[in-house]
Design a protein around this ligand. Structure first.
Ligand code: GDP
Length: 197
């Protein structure tokens, strides 16, 4: 899958968002889950490292995506949200987030799919479940993406699948690896399916 991504803007308030126009795919996860690596693997570039520069980590970073080098209009936006889970004990995901993030997830008309990244090598985390419960409560479509799947044996993968499904209370889950590229095709399919609806 070849796409042409462009970094669009970094929003630290709702007033900075681009006007809702094309479907948006949000990338969410605890810090260190492998979000930048996955974005870079999907986009075939080092785009996401832009978002790691100071000042942008508490922002929603918008990327414009098209599958043609000559097309003027983007087909979709990717939105890279701040990582959560820094604090060992956090009352809620939103307590750690800037105030404009929750309304974005709840109200943004063009938000087509939330990709909830979880590390497939560790047990399901409370903060991930909180996020998923929040997305369910606002009826937002989501898909859990188990990252760093290259580190799992096939037996470990089967166990992780059961643990994540049970712990995160969802069947919608796929594994991928930014390192080997495994699962990226399936992830693109899920993205395009949602973006095309
Ligand atoms: P972020 O904080 O969520 O953006 O996470 P990064 O993309 O910076 O990755 C965090 C760490 O996990 C880094 O040391 C990466 O090298 C490692 N990592 C990320 N993706 C993968 C993967 O698919 N496989 C393996 N084995 N390591 C990964």
């Amino acid at each position: 899958m070849r796409v042409y991504p462009t970094f669009l803007l970094s929003a630290t308030a709702a007033t900075h968002f681009p006007p809702p126009s094309v479907p948006e795919i949000a990338f969410l996860g605890r810090s260190n889950v492998g979000k930048s690596s996955l974005l870079n693997a999907l986009l075939g570039s080092k785009q996401a490292h832009v978002s790691s520069t100071p000042g942008r980590t508490r922002a929603i970073n918008f990327f414009s995506i098209t599958d043609s080098p000559v097309r003027q209009q983007p087909q979709m936006y990717f939105t890279d949200l701040p990582g959560y889970g820094y604090a060992k004990i956090s009352k809620s995901v939103s307590a750690e987030w800037p105030k404009f993030i929750e309304p974005y997830l709840e109200k943004r008309k063009t938000l087509a799919l939330c990709l909830c990244l979880v590390d497939s090598n560790i047990p399901p985390q409370g903060s991930d479940l909180q996020l998923i419960n929040f997305l369910k409560s606002v009826d937002r479509p989501f898909l859990v993406v188990g990252t760093k799947a290259d580190r799992l044996s096939s037996n470990g993968r089967a166990k992780s699948l059961i643990a994540l499904r049970r712990g995160l209370e969802t069947e919608d889950l796929l594994f991928c690896s930014a390192k080997t590229g495994a699962g990226l095709k399936e992830l693109w399919q899920a993205i395009f399916q949602r973006a095309g609806e």
